[in-house]
Design a protein around this ligand. Structure first.
Ligand code: NAD
Length: 432
C-alpha cells in the first residue's frame, strides 16, 4: 500500500459523506482556523523566527487581466467549427496569439478552416495547423503559453503531459459518461422527449449527451413506450430516412459504437448499416454495470437504462464512478433534485432537461476530474485566456512609513508592526 493511502481513503470517505458541504460547516472550520492563528500567534512568531529569522496602504493595488501569449487550441471532430471557434473568441478577446489545430477526422472542415480562416485574421498572430496524431505530437513539443484542448480524456492526458514539460497551463474539455437519473415523480412524456433529444442529437456524438439512464423498474416500464413515441415523433417510423438524424463520423467509430449494441437487451432500435455508418436510435434494457456499454463513453445513439431502487442508490452509483461532465436529474420534487445536487460532484448540472445548461453564456462550461479541467463560455472564456496579474504600484517617497518593516526589529516597534500586518476583513493590502 502506498504511503498515506489510508489517510487519503479516510478523507475521501468523509468527502463522500457530504459533511464538508453545508455552509455552517465551512464557516465553523474557518473560524477554527482563525482561532488557531489567534491562540498560537506567539508560538507561530517564535517558530518562524527560529526557522527563518523572519519578521500598506496608500498604494494602488489591482489585478490586470493580461493575455497569456501564444495559445494552442486543439479541437475535436464532433462539432468541429464550434469547438474551435468558441475558444478562439475568448483567446482573441483576451489578447493572445493563437495556433489552431482542428481535428483531422472531419477533413472537409479542417481544409476549409485551414484555407480560409487565416485570410480573415491577422496572419502575424493567428495560424491554423493541420495535423494528425504524429504531427500534433511534434507540435506539442513547442513551448506554448496556454493550451486549450477539447477531446477525449486519454488524449487529454497526453496533452497535459506535454504541457507539463514547459509548465504550460491547460484547459481540458473532456468527455465521459453523463448519468441521467429519472425519479418516479415526473412527467414521463416530457422526460422522454428531452432525454431522447439530448441522446440522439448529432447521432449521439455530443459530449454533454445523457449517456445512460438510472431509474426504478416501474419508471422504466413507463419510460420505454414514451421514448419509443418520442423517437417516432422526432425521426418518423424509419429514422434512417429522416433528414434530421445523423450518421457516425467514420468507419472506426462505427465499429466501436456498433459493438456496444451487444450489451443487455435491445428494447428499441438496434438496426445498423455499415455502408452508411447508420445506427438507429437505440434503447437498451437489462444492462449490467460490467457490460461493455457501461465501460466507456458511448458517443453514439445508444441509451442504456439501468434500474436502481432509490435516489440514494442512484447517488451511490454515480459517486462510485468518475466525475462526469454533466449530471442530469428529472424530478418534479425539488428535494430530489437538491439531494442529487448536494451529494454528487460533476462539471455541470441540469435538472429537468438535457444539454440546455451549456447554452447559457453566463454559466462557465467545463468538467471536473476525469471530465476536464477549467471552463469557458461567455465571460469565463475571457477569464480562461487571461492571466490574473496582481500589480502593486507604490509611490517612491514616504520612506518613513516603511521603517517598521526594516530590521533591526526592536521590541518597541512590535505594536506598530502588528497593526501594519493585521488583515482587516475588507483589507486589500498586507505588509508581508
Ligand atoms: P480525440 O481526443 O481523439 O481528439 C481530439 C484532438 O486531439 C484532435 O484534434 C486530434 O487530432 C488530437 N489528437 C488525437 N490523438 C492525439 C495524440 N495522441 N496526441 C496529440 N493530439 C492528439 O477526441 P475526438 O474523438 O476528436 O472527440 C471526442 C471526444 O471529445 C469525446 O470524449 C467527447 O466527449 C470529447 N468532447 C468534449 C467536449 C467538451 O466540451 N468537454 C466537446 C466535444 C467533445
Amino acid at each position: 500500500m502506498s504511503p498515506h493511502a489510508e489517510l487519503v481513503s479516510r478523507l475521501r470517505a468523509a468527502w463522500l459523506s457530504g459533511k464538508t458541504r453545508p455552509m455552517e460547516y465551512r464557516v465553523a472550520q474557518l473560524e477554527a482556523l482563525g482561532r488557531f492563528l489567534d491562540e498560537k500567534q506567539q508560538d507561530i512568531l517564535e517558530a518562524t523566527a527560529a526557522d527563518m529569522r523572519k519578521a500598506t496602504q496608500l498604494d494602488s493595488a489591482f489585478i490586470r487581466k493580461d493575455p497569456y501569449g501564444v495559445v494552442l487550441i486543439i479541437g475535436p471532430w464532433n462539432y468541429p467549427i464550434n469547438l474551435l471557434l468558441v475558444p478562439l473568441i475568448g483567446a482573441i478577446a483576451a489578447g493572445n496569439c493563437v495556433v489552431m489545430k482542428p481535428s483531422e477526422i472531419t477533413r472537409n472542415v479542417e481544409r476549409l478552416v485551414a484555407e480560409t480562416l487565416p485570410r480573415y485574421l491577422d496572419e502575424d498572430c493567428f495560424a491554423v495547423v493541420t495535423a494528425g496524431v504524429e504531427e500534433t505530437t511534434r507540435l506539442l513539443e513547442n513551448k506554448f503559453d496556454y493550451i486549450f484542448f477539447t477531446g477525449s480524456p486519454s488524449v487529454g492526458r497526453i496533452v497535459m503531459t506535454a504541457a507539463a514539460k514547459h509548465l504550460t497551463p491547460v484547459t481540458l474539455e473532456l468527455g465521459g459518461k453523463n448519468p441521467c437519473y429519472v425519479s418516479d415523480s415526473c412527467n414521463v412524456q416530457n422526460v422522454a422527449r428531452r432525454v431522447a433529444w439530448g441522446r440522439f442529437f448529432n447521432a449521439g456524438q455530443t459530449c454533454v449527451a445523457p449517456d445512460y439512464v438510472l431509474c426504478s423498474a416501474e419508471m422504466q416500464e413507463k419510460l420505454l413506450p414514451a421514448l419509443r413515441e418520442a423517437i417516432t415523433e422526432f425521426y418518423g417510423p424509419n429514422p434512417r430516412e429522416s433528414p434530421d438524424f445523423g450518421r457516425i463520423v467514420g468507419d472506426r467509430q462505427f465499429q466501436r459504437v456498433q459493438a456496444l449494441l451487444h450489451s443487455g437487451h435491445t428494447a428499441i432500435g438496434g438496426q445498423t448499416d455499415a455502408e452508411e455508418r447508420y445506427i438507429a436510435p437505440t434503447v437498451l434494457v437489462e444492462v449490467q454495470q460490467n457490460d461493455p456499454v457501461m465501460q466507456e463513453e458511448i458517443f453514439g445513439p445508444i441509451l442504456p437504462i439501468l434500474t436502481v431502487d432509490s435516489v440514494d442508490d442512484a447517488i451511490a452509483f454515480i459517486n462510485a464512478r468518475e466525475r462526469p461532465l454533466v449530471l442530469y436529474v428529472f424530478s418534479s420534487r425539488k428535494e430530489v433534485v437538491n439531494r442529487v445536487l448536494e451529494r454528487t460532484s460533476s462539471g455541470g448540472f441540469c435538472a429537468n432537461d438535457t444539454i440546455m445548461h451549456m447554452t447559457i453564456p453566463s454559466l462557465p462550461f467545463g468538467g471536473i476530474g476525469q471530465s476536464g479541467l477549467g471552463s469557458y463560455h461567455g465571460r469565463s472564456s475571457f477569464e480562461t485566456f487571461s492571466h490574473q496579474r496582481s500589480a502593486l504600484l507604490r509611490g517612491a517617497g514616504r520612506e518613513t512609513l516603511n521603517t517598521p518593516r526594516y530590521p533591526p526589529y526592536a521590541p518597541h516597534r512590535l505594536p506598530l508592526l502588528r497593526a501594519a500586518t493585521e488583515t482587516k476583513r475588507r483589507a486589500t493590502c498586507l505588509l508581508l
